[in-house]
Each structure stands twice: as structure tokens, then as C-alpha cells.
Design a protein around this ligand. Sequence first.
Ligand code: ATP
Ligand code: MG
Length: 235
Amino acid sequence: MKPEPVLRLEGVIKEYGEEVVTRVLHGIDLTLEQGEFAALIGPSGSGKSTLLNIIGLLDRPTSGRVLLQGQDTRGLDEDSLARLRARTLGFIFQFHHLMPAFTALENVMMPALAERGWPDERMRTRALELLAQVGLKERAGAHPGQLSGGQQQRVAIARALVMSPALVLADEPTGNLDTGTSAQVFELLRHINREQRMTFLIVTHDPRMAQRCDRIIEVVDGRIVSDRREPPHSG
Ligand SMILES: Nc1ncnc2c1ncn2[C@@H]1O[C@H](COP(=O)(O)OP(=O)(O)OP(=O)(O)O)[C@@H](O)[C@H]1O
Ligand SMILES: [Mg+2]
């Protein structure tokens, strides 16, 4: 039997406003299978972040359904949504909001702490493994203020992965980094996707980055106007 897709959206509509209602998403249907590495592109204001927030269970659609690993999220209360979010999703944003008073290692452990309430050895080991994977093993004890922008973003990536989420949502993850660093960070995501079969949905304005994804989903004015799978690239 085919496994449930990681994500399924059915007829997702989002409207803002009470008196003057603006429809921002016009009935989005979308499926992501496990292991996909997909780019979400489109002009400014087209609804990419709105869509990502709905997928990330940070915001609810006005109508339509969001299914994560086959589970319909429509009837869930805030607590259940928060739990499902913590278990299945990882977030990487342009501004990573690391906690300045905590070390890189503590920042990476934070989601696990929030879930379980106390640090255990396994959590620490996993966080250290992830820091090693993002090339920051030697910097585990550093505070965010002592790290470069690219290093901070790599800490944020490790933090997003610490709970082994089925789906990682990234909203312009390299938006505030220089070209070289942003290519490195992107390659790191690609590597993790290949190695751990984690599913990624990445909002990007950078056409070169989108070209290096397996699939490019384009949104214009709140509608998916194209959805194409790229032939595999070499190198
Ligand atoms: N909380 C809100 N209330 C009212 N309108 C909103 C709200 N959030 C977003 N919008 C509107 O919804 C539309 C889509 O916004 P969204 O942030 O999803 O665009 P985007 O594709 O992410 O753009 P960008 O590439 O600039 O980040 C815009 O017209 C925006 O003004
Ligand atoms: Mg946006």
C-alpha cells in the first residue's frame, strides 16, 4: 500500500478582513510525498507565506482541509495543533530568532525541552549530532552573538530538525545571507533531504535555488499556476 502523503491540501481558501473581505488564497490543492524537495515561488504578495503558515498549523484556512500524514487537522483544538506541530513539523525562517542568552547547543535542544520539559542525555546527543552535521560541532558552546549570520542560520536549521520532523517548512531560509553562505546553507538542506528522506517545502525568491529543487510550485495571486517536476540534476 502506498504510504499517506506527508501533506495534502484540499480546496484551501484564506480570506482576511471582516467588513472588506480580501481573498488571499483561492482554493489550493497540493500534495507532497515523503522525501520531496520542493520550491514554492511567486511574486511578492502572492500568498506564499500565508500558505506556509496554514500548512504549518500557525494559521487556519477560511475553508478547505489540511491533512498531515493523513490526519485531518480541521477539528483539532489549539493544544492538539501545537502538539501535532511539534511532532511533525520543522520551521526555518529568514530571521531565525535564536535565544541570545543560550548556547548553540541549548538553542538546538529547545524544541525537545519544550516537548518533554527536561533535558535528557539522548536529546543532548541528538543535538550535538545535528550541530556536527551543520559543521558547528566545535561551536556548540558559543552564544548566537559570537556566531556569524550563516552559522546562526545553521544553528536554526539544526534546531528545526531536532525532533526529526516529517516536513520542514522554510520561508526564505537564506534571504538575509550573502550569496556564498546562502548556497552553502541551501546545499545543507539538500544534503539532509537526501540523507534522511525528510520532506522540504522552501519559499524562495532566488531562481537558481528553485532550479536546484526537484519540484517547483508557482503561486500567483493566491492560485497555483504551475507545478513542475525537474529532471534530476547532476552536481
Ligand atoms: N494578517 C493579514 N491581514 C490582512 N492581509 C494579510 C495578512 N497577511 C497577509 N495579508 C495579505 O495577503 C497577501 C499575501 O501575503 P503573503 O505574506 O502570503 O505574500 P508572500 O507571497 O509571502 O509575499 P512576499 O514574497 O513579499 O513574502 C498580501 O496581499 C498581504 O497583504
Ligand atoms: Mg512571504
